[in-house]
Design a protein around this ligand. Structure first.
Ligand code: PLP
Length: 356
């Protein structure tokens, strides 16, 4: 019940134990095709360039930025927590001029600040985090998407924590490049990153003047392994992890996206009511709270590390601590994918009551 990885369904664990086949075996190419189709469905997109990077969410982040940015480009990067900060760092390493739009940690990015930054620059892209795991903030995207389009820039979104846990409409919201992670609300093992590129983003990729500085993440080559007519070898795919990913995606679609979002919201509300009855407050205003990552203030006089250690040792429950300015000040309680369960919530509430 930390900020990920979440629990994994026994069917997913079993899928990981499937005997290995080669990464170019026709049967494995079918597995990849299934994954691609189900990733498109869960991301609510028809983008042909939709696939899974063989590395964790941070590699998905790098994939989006290194393929779209060239030295000298301008990029507006929104920062209200750890992961916006990481995007700005990567964009700078691409040689881009980064224009930062900042908001206090625990609050969303303000659309007016975005508008001002877009007006005062000529950015190739705007990058923003949909679900900021370090603070529990859900970022509304639709207005910012409209502003980004009006400025002629691409919208790049981090959906590592929101994917499969709350509404995320890639095509309808005009998202141009998006990355996620396997280990949060999808409830697959860590180490894979679903990524999608719109036609506009694909055009930018195809019209680059310089080579992508990362060989491994260069989509002009990776895409031939995922979708090319010849399915050319690029790297040895993590076969067992892909079996697990396919099974996790099947489970999401069996449940149905809307039902899954509702379940995440319901369990968040159960936890919220229980914590509030104990006098524990949320960091984030109600309207911007993530259902899958509950950031709550540690009550006065309560020792952060001692409580978390006792929860782990005496009750086998892991919750996360705060990061950056919130270290020692908040707990981050994950209710992601398989871990978003009323029994988990009730067990945690009872354990927390005893420990405090
Ligand atoms: C919002 C967000 N972005 C990016 C990442 C990086 O993902 P990974 O740790 O899988 O590299 C995380 C990880 O927690 C995250 O929560």
């Amino acid at each position: 019940m930390g900020p990920g990885p979440s629990d994994v369904h026994p069917r997913v664990l079993k899928a990981m134990a499937t005997p290995l086949i080669g990464h170019l075996d026709p049967e494995f190419l079918d597995v990849m095709d299934d994954i691609k189709k189900m990733t498109q469905e869960t991301l609510q997109t028809e983008n042909p360039l939709t696939f899974v990077v063989s590395a964790p969410g941070s590699a998905g982040m790098e994939t989006c930025l290194v393929n779209l940015l060239e030295p000298g480009d301008e990029a507006v990067v929104c920062i209200n927590g750890v992961f916006g900060t990481r995007m700005a760092d990567i964009a700078e390493r691409c040689g881009a001029k980064v224009i930062k739009v900042e908001a206090e940690w625990g609050t969303p990015i303000n659309a007016e600040d975005v508008e001002t930054a877009l007006k005062n620059s000529s950015p190739k892209l705007l990058a923003i985090v949909h679900a900021e795991t370090s603070t529990g903030v859900l970022q509304p995207l639709e207005e910012i998407s409209k502003l980004t389009k009006e400025a002629g820039a691409l919208l790049v979104v981090d959906a590592v924590t929101s994917y499969c846990g709350t509404q995320l409409k890639v095509d309808e919201w005009g998202i141009d490049a998006l990355y996620s992670g396997s280990q949060k609300c999808l409830s697959a093992p860590p180490g894979l990153s679903p990524v999608t590129f719109s036609q506009a983003a694909t055009d930018v990729l195809e019209n680059r003047k310089t080579k992508v500085q990362s060989w491994f993440l260069d989509l002009s080559m990776v895409k031939n392994y995922w979708a090319g007519a010849k399915r050319a070898y690029h790297h040895t795919a993590p076969v067992s992890a892909m079996y697990a990913m396919r099974e996790a995606l099947r489970i999401v679609l069996e449940e149905g996206l809307e039902n899954r979002f509702k379940r995440h919201q319901k369990n968040h509300e159960l936890l919220r009511d229980g914590l509030e009855a104990m006098g524990i407050d949320f960091l984030v205003d109600k309207e911007f709270r993530l259902p899958m990552l509950n950031a709550v203030r540690i009550p006065e006089g309560v020792e952060d590390a001692e409580v978390r250690t006792r929860l782990l040792n005496e009750y086998n429950i892991e919750i996360g601590g705060g990061l950056g300015p919130y270290a020692g000040k908040i707990w981050r309680i994950g209710l992601m994918g398989e871990s978003s369960d009323p029994n988990h919530v009730n067990m945690l509430l009872a354990a927390l009551k005893n420990v405090i």
